[in-house]
Every structure is written in C-alpha cells, then in structure tokens.
Design a protein around this ligand. Structure first.
Ligand SMILES: Nc1ncnc2c1ncn2[C@@H]1O[C@H](COP(=O)(O)OP(=O)(O)O)[C@@H](O)[C@H]1O
Ligand SMILES: [Mg+2]
Length: 247
C-alpha cells in the first residue's frame, strides 16, 4: 500500500484534477484505490458526482469516528470532504496529537488498498501537515508557467520538518507539469527550467491543456469515461503508468 499526498501551496495547479484522474487510471489498472479529499472546497468530492455529503472526513477528524468511505466503482473509493473542514484548522490548534490524526485514522484501512491518494488544499496548514505525516510520498503538480516553483522552497522545508519529527521515510516521489500548451513557444523553456530545478524528480509525462477535463469534472465523471479518446485521457493514462512503475 502506497499513500501519496498531492500537494502544492498554490491553487489551480491541477491537484484535484490529477487526484481524480490518476485515481480513475489506477482503478482501471485494477489497483484498489482510495481517494481522500481534505480540501474544504470539496472539489474532488463534487468532481466525482457526490452531492449532499452527510458525513465527511471532518467528522472523523473531529470525533475520532470511523472514516466515511464511499464506493465510486469496484476499484475506487472516496472519503469525501465538506465545507465544515474550514473550521478544522482552528479547532485543531488546541488538540493533542493534532499532526497525526489522519495517520491514526488510516490504520483502519491498512492493507485494504494498493494506493491512497490525498488531495490537499492549496495551503500549508495543519490539514496538509496531517496528509504529509500520513503519506509515504509526495507528488507536486506544477502549472506550466514561469515561476511555477516559486514558494516551493517553503513546501520542501515543511516536508523536511515532517520527516524530522513524524515521518522519517517521507519522500518526494515526483513533480509533474500540468496545463501544458505545446504550441506556446515558452512552454519548452519553462519545462527546461523545471527540469533543471527538480532534475530526476520530474515525471516524463506532462498533462496538456484540455477543456474536456473541466467538462468531465462538471459532469461528475473521470476523463476516461467522459472522453476516452482525448489527449487528456492519454496523458493521465501515461502518468498513471509512470506512477505504477516509479512509486
Ligand atoms: N490540463 C488541464 N486542462 C484544462 N483545464 C484544467 C487542466 N487541469 C485542471 N484544469 C482546470 O483548472 C482548474 C483548477 O484545477 P484543479 O485541479 O481544481 O486545481 P487545484 O486542485 O490545484 O486547485 C479546474 O477548473 C480544472 O478543471
Ligand atoms: Mg483542489
């Protein structure tokens, strides 16, 4: 079982889109996969068609109760989020053992999944720290823009802190580029500079810009179901293969 936290402190870099479609890709490869939405915005939860969530990850974090696992398909489950989670950052401040809550909750699913993917909020607060403490490895989606990795130093230093205090085996599994426009001339320069910065951590697969990804999320389905022949489906299938091989 591999637990992967999908993290970037910036919003809109493709964390949720990637968690959803990598999860669907892993499920298609018959890897039993659990997705965890710990972003109060609940985009992943909604992107998989879940509405009117009664019990969310917030309830488990607050009351230490069983994780509310919902089945999406034979190989894919999700633990939904809800807006209540917005309060969690503040409520956790006075809790003993606040960094390790998610790790402890996940003990109940030990051995039940091949992969667990955690979709983090664009923030480096206590919920993201919980994801890092629970995870084996981190994947960072970067937008194909200049300064895509501005502020990444801060993320890397939090990862080091978590490694030092809670999770000595935590690794950076990889970085991948999203929302690429291959026709834009500067795309190649941006890719080169990201490659230099992260050297062997950069995945070979980049995700091209494709409006089908936005449409699929609005419909509450993954890209393989919505547009199986699109380049977005091809890209996420390739990225999934790379993850299965490398992580
Ligand atoms: N490759 C892509 N092509 C086009 N739109 C994308 C792509 N990846 C993500 N998006 C869209 O960009 C927005 C932000 O993506 P999202 O995955 O929600 O980012 P994050 O979770 O990092 O904030 C969403 O509307 C999403 O549908
Ligand atoms: Mg998101």
């Amino acid at each position: 079982m591999k637990i992967i936290a999908i993290i970037n402190h910036k919003g809109g870099t493709g964390k949720t889109t990637s968690t959803l479609n990598i999860g669907a890709g892993l499920a298609r490869a018959k890897k039993k996969t659990l997705l965890i939405d710990i972003d109060p915005q609940s985009n992943l939860t909604e992107g998989l068609g879940l509405r009117d969530v009664k019990v969310s990850i917030y309830d488990s974090i607050k009351d230490d109760t069983a994780l509310p696992i919902e089945s999406i398909s034979e190989y894919l489950d999700i633990i939904p989020s809800s807006l209540d989670l917005l309060g969690a950052e503040i409520e956790l401040v006075s809790r003993l053992g606040r960094e390790t809550i998610l790790k402890r909750l996940l003990k109940s699913v030990e051995g039940k999944y091949d992969y667990i993917l955690i979709d983090c909020a664009p923030a480096l607060g206590m919920l993201t720290v919980n994801a890092l403490v629970a995870a084996d490895t981190v994947m960072i989606p970067l937008e194909a823009e200049y300064f895509a990795y501005r502020g990444i130093d801060r993320l890397v230093s939090i990862i080091s802190d978590v490694r030092k205090h809670y999770n000595e085996n935590l690794t950076i599994g990889g970085v991948f580029i999203t929302k690429i426009n291959p026709r834009r001339i500067i795309t190649e320069q941006i890719t080169e500079s990201i490659k230099k910065y992260f050297n062997d951590k950069l995945f070979d697969t980049s995700i091209r810009i494709n409006v089908a990804l936005v449409e699929a999320q609005l419909k509450g389905v993954d890209i393989f179901e919505y547009a199986p022949l699109s380049n977005a489906a091809v890209d996420y299938a390739n990225l999934t293969d790379e993850i299965i091989t490398k992580i």
